[in-house]
Design a protein around this ligand. Sequence first.
Ligand SMILES: [Zn+2]
Length: 312
Amino acid sequence: MPPPPRVVDLGQGRMLLDLDFRDTEGLVAAYLLPEPEGWALIETGPTTCRTALRRAVSTAGVDPREVRDILVTHIHLDHAGGVGAVAADYPRARLHAHEVGIPHLAAPERLVAGARRVWGEASDQLWGPVLPAPADRLHALRGGESLPLRGGELRVLATPGHAKHHLAFYDSAIAAVFAGDGAGVRLEHSSRIRPAVPPPDLDLDQLFASLEVMAQTEPRLLLLSHFGPSPGGAADLARYRSAVERWRDVALAAAREQPEAGHVAERLRAFDLEGPEGSAADTESLVSDYSLAAQGLLRYFRVHGDLPGVSA
Ligand SMILES: [Zn+2]
């Protein structure tokens, strides 16, 4: 049995759980927040992280029966693929997601098929079985709701862009935004923020507007799912916008030469390797890969009218 996963105290009873995705520290995070009675969990990770999550919750000293609410920022498998499986481990938890994501948690066939198209044979090994979540425990969110927490409340923010059903959560007690993938990927020990711009429904205009929505809460802490506190706090929201704009420009120039994902991915990779932190590029690819970004951006360019081609 590997050592227990890392649990990091964020103050006022809030905790970061490292889900040791791909047996690697610092890739996928979940968060535990104290409620007046019980606990809320943000993100479950994929089914392959189920044991790590259970061990982290136990290390945190939390009784699984006291987890009352499980919220996911969006239904991509690295954030929520495990919801159906872990529902049994936290039998009293309501399972919250954006209303657009809820049907896919109840009947994940399309989610699984989409993942297999993107990741091919590696998909099942990466994510594990994606089980249907019990329908009677699912609860739909759309933004604007709030949940009582010890010392404050958790406000639900609609933050589409990375995906149209993406949510972020604002914790008023520690003035933190749980940003999911909405503020990019910034791994520990790296100062670079990498765009998280995958298919199938990336929308950069919405993504930029959602950065404003998060900024308007004036957070002191920005907590990413990949991974942990962003070192620059709220200023990283603006930095993220610039990082996405740079990738957009590189990708669009590449796509105008040759509108193929392989070519665009190669240009994005070359662009990163030229930068001061080129060596971090391969670790970041474990959670946000160039090929995926190229597919996401190409589709957005076509829908947005930057490139000739298909409609939405
Ligand atoms: Zn995602």
